[in-house]
Ligand binder design. Structure first.
Ligand SMILES: Cc1cc2nc3c(=O)[nH]c(=O)nc-3n(C[C@H](O)[C@H](O)[C@H](O)COP(=O)(O)OP(=O)(O)OC[C@H]3O[C@@H](n4cnc5c(N)ncnc54)[C@H](O)[C@@H]3O)c2cc1C
Ligand SMILES: *[C@@H]1O[C@H](CO)[C@@H](O)[C@H](O)[C@H]1NC(C)=O
Ligand SMILES: *[C@@H]1O[C@H](CO)[C@@H](O)[C@H](O)[C@H]1NC(C)=O
Ligand SMILES: *[C@@H]1O[C@H](CO)[C@@H](O)[C@H](O)[C@H]1NC(C)=O
Ligand SMILES: *[C@@H]1O[C@H](CO)[C@@H](O)[C@H](O)[C@H]1NC(C)=O
Ligand SMILES: *[C@@H]1O[C@H](CO)[C@@H](O)[C@H](O)[C@H]1NC(C)=O
Ligand SMILES: *[C@@H]1O[C@H](CO)[C@@H](O)[C@H](O)[C@H]1NC(C)=O
Ligand SMILES: *[C@@H]1O[C@H](CO)[C@@H](O)[C@H](O)[C@H]1NC(C)=O
Ligand SMILES: *[C@@H]1O[C@H](CO)[C@@H](O)[C@H](O)[C@H]1NC(C)=O
Length: 529
């Protein structure tokens, strides 16, 4: 793939970097630890807990923000009748896939019960449909999509098992008969609700095989339920709760408000530099930065990451999913309904899905509703001022409820995920023409630097449980290396100590590798002990 000439140039460049680095004599001043965990989100906390479970207590968690939780991130919004603010989730919001009797349970659902999270079943049948003229019932189009998608899902299974060439979800939908016209804005809105809303990318931008396999592994293996978390302590309670099982109050191993700027790695160890000039030197490190952070080049790696790793970072997509919150002095929309789908007459994905927090079982009387945009519409909204976006969403609400005089919102707020410097986006998505081998390269360690997080999970990318399993695996693998106990590692797909990577890609992996996706029956793949 790479010419000898390019390789020679790269080697010369690396030698120069090494010479410069050897001049730096500050490494002796670095804080010493056995394992450095870069980032304190779900994956970082899982990695630390796995180390603790294996009696490795000499680690540090280095986190940019002032708290643990990462992309499980809440803020205060609006106020209740006493003038106290509500808590709303800017990031992860649902437990996706719970568990069924006799089957495996989503570990996030286990935590939700353990930490007593207030959450409510998201009823996707509790939906009313609208367009620019107001309420208009096109719920039959939802049924039509769902019927056709059944065949699309089966097609994905065939492509996976027969090791055929992957294709986009758009191609898969077309082959199996879902072919919405470009100007059929009703069908476009339905398709957005069914696909883009989950994946933060369009069917054109998503892999058929890995998109459907991922969805199956979560919703067929655990359950098809999505429970919406509205706990007023915030969803991150499960992460701070789990962290409290191994971290003391003011534990010196937790370095908050610490932005990492450089990671220097080798097969002897890893040194991490922070923006205040301090450093930590470790025998091993687990990098849990989001795909967006890795793609942003805001953290430098020394030496430069190898080409196989850099290419894999470039090959996956970081989606943006933006929730825009409004509070009113009254709930003027139907009180008993959870979802409202709006079909814009001109623009696919223009403020399409509205969610009521006033609905029964959520936060009645909160008078809070929010609308979600993804992809290009999210980038556009995130560049706008609050005032511009407020005007647009209010105009949509006036179309949806032409007979109601809609008051001005009493509170309005939304995050800018695409430019948040510790995330650069919301969650990852798998594009077509990106193989499992490429994903293994993304997941593999480089010397003593390991990678874990939502995006390194081939089965559960995009989900919180993916981040949990990946953090657990990295922690277990490093613990096994340190304790000389590779047999205890639950991820049996890899040799302990070094995850597989490919210098040369051969397109599809051998069929055997795909067995990890082959239906939800392969529940032993990750037996979270
Ligand atoms: C809007 C949105 C909606 C979502 N909805 C759901 C959902 O409903 N259900 C679901 O299961 N999942 C959902 N997700 C995905 C879920 O939030 C993630 O999969 C999960 O939180 C990722 O955890 P992680 O540990 O891999 O990464 P992160 O949570 O990103 O953890 C990485 C940590 O690294 C830190 N960091 C980054 N850069 C630096 C640096 N330079 N120096 C030091 N620290 C740094 C970050 O601050 C962060 O704390 C959603 C995400 C978003 C954003
Ligand atoms: C650590 O051990 C506890 C108790 O057995 C278990 O519940 C938890 O899942 C383990 N954590 C990880 C990350 O494996
Ligand atoms: C590894 O497994 C063995 C046997 O099950 C057990 O005795 C040992 O404590 C485990 N080690 C770690 C680090 O978990
Ligand atoms: C979901 O909503 C639909 C439509 O309102 C209703 O018929 C159904 O009973 C609800 N299901 C649950 C489990 O609440
Ligand atoms: C608005 O009111 C008019 C007149 O009463 C009625 O015909 C129309 O159906 C209403 N529209 C909606 C969307 O409720
Ligand atoms: C997904 O699950 C369906 C059953 O609901 C199955 O027919 C299909 O083969 C599965 N597809 C993949 C890619 O796992
Ligand atoms: C959880 O829900 C109960 C019942 O509605 C409520 O009384 C309690 O305040 C809620 N707690 C949190 C932390 O949200
Ligand atoms: C919106 O719905 C109305 C009423 O059903 C219909 O007449 C109109 O054509 C729809 N608009 C579009 C763009 O489909
Ligand atoms: C909300 O505000 C509007 C306009 O300011 C007003 O007409 C309406 O009566 C108010 N609703 C309530 C429940 O106070």
């Amino acid at each position: 793939m790479f010419s000898k000439r390019m390789l020679a140039t790269a080697l010369v460049a690396q030698t120069c970097v090494a010479a410069v680095l050897n001049d730096r004599s500050d490494e002796a001043q670095c804080t010493k630890t056995t394992v450095a965990i870069l980032g304190g989100g779900m994956a970082g906390v899982a990695a630390a807990q796995a180390l603790s479970n294996s009696s490795i207590h000499d680690f540090v968690i280095i986190e940019y923000q002032s708290q643990l939780g990462g992309r499980v991130h809440h803020t205060t919004f609006g106020k209740d009748e006493n003038g106290d603010p509500y808590t709303v989730e800017l990031g992860a919001n649902w437990v996706q896939g719970l568990g069924s009797p006799g089957g495996p349970e989503n570990p996030i659902w286990t935590f939700a019960k353990k930490w007593d999270l207030n959450n409510t079943y998201s009823n996707y049948s509790s939906i009313l449909t609208y367009n620019e003229t107001g309420y208009t019932d096109y719920s039959h189009v939802l049924d039509e999509y769902e019927n056709k998608f059944q065949a699309t899902s089966e097609l994905a299974g065939t492509v996976l098992r027969e090791n055929y060439q992957d294709m986009t979800v758009r191609s898969g939908l077309s082959v199996t008969g879902w072919k919405p016209k470009r100007d059929d804005m009703t069908a476009q809105a339905v398709e957005w609700w069914e696909w883009d809303w989950e994946d933060a990318y369009s069917p054109e931008q998503s892999s058929l095989v890995f998109g459907v396999a991922g969805s199956n592994l979560t919703f067929n293996q655990y359950s098809d339920e999505n429970n919406y978390v509205w706990d007023q302590r915030g969803y991150s309670r499960i992460i701070t709760g789990e962290a409290s099982t191994f971290l003391k109050k003011n534990d010196p191993r937790l370095h908050l408000n610490s932005r990492i700027t450089e990671v220097k790695y080798s097969d002897d160890g890893v040194t991490i530099y922070k923006d205040d000039g301090s450093c930590v030197s470790a025998a091993y490190a687990v990098c849990t930065f989001s795909l967006g952070v890795l793609q942003s080049d805001t953290v430098s790696f020394t030496p430069d990451l190898p080409d196989w790793k850099k290419t894999s970072i470039a090959k996956f997509n970081m989606g943006t999913y933006t929730k825009i919150f409004l509070q009113f002095n009254e709930t003027f929309w139907p009180q008993d309904t959870q979802y409202f789908l709006y079909a814009s007459p001109t623009t696919r994905g223009y403020y399409p899905v509205w969610q009521s927090l006033s609905a029964p079982g959520f936060i009645p009387d909160s008078n809070i509703i929010f609308v979600t945009v993804v992809g290009d519409q999210a980038y556009r909204a995130e560049r706008q001022t609050n005032e511009q976006t407020k005007d647009e969403v209010m105009a949509v609400l006036r179309e949806m409820y032409p007979n109601i005089t809609i008051p001005e919102p009493t509170a309005f707020m939304y995050p800018r995920w695409s430019t948040t410097p510790w995330a650069y986006g919301s969650y990852s998505n798998w594009p077509a023409s990106t193989s499992l081998e490429m994903h293994e390269n993304f997941r593999a360690n480089v010397d003593r630097l390991w990678f874990a997080g939502e995006a390194t999970s081939a089965q559960y990318f995009g989900f919180l449980h993916g981040a949990w399993f990946e953090g657990q695996n990295a922690g277990e693998q490093i613990a096994a290396l340190l304790n000389n106990e590779c047999a205890n590692v639950t991820d049996t797909s890899d040799a302990c100590g070094n995850l597989r990577h490919y210098e040369n890609l051969y397109g599809s992996s051998p069929l055997a590798d795909y067995s990890v996706f082959d239906g939800w029956s392969v529940s032993s793949f990750y037996s979270s002990s």
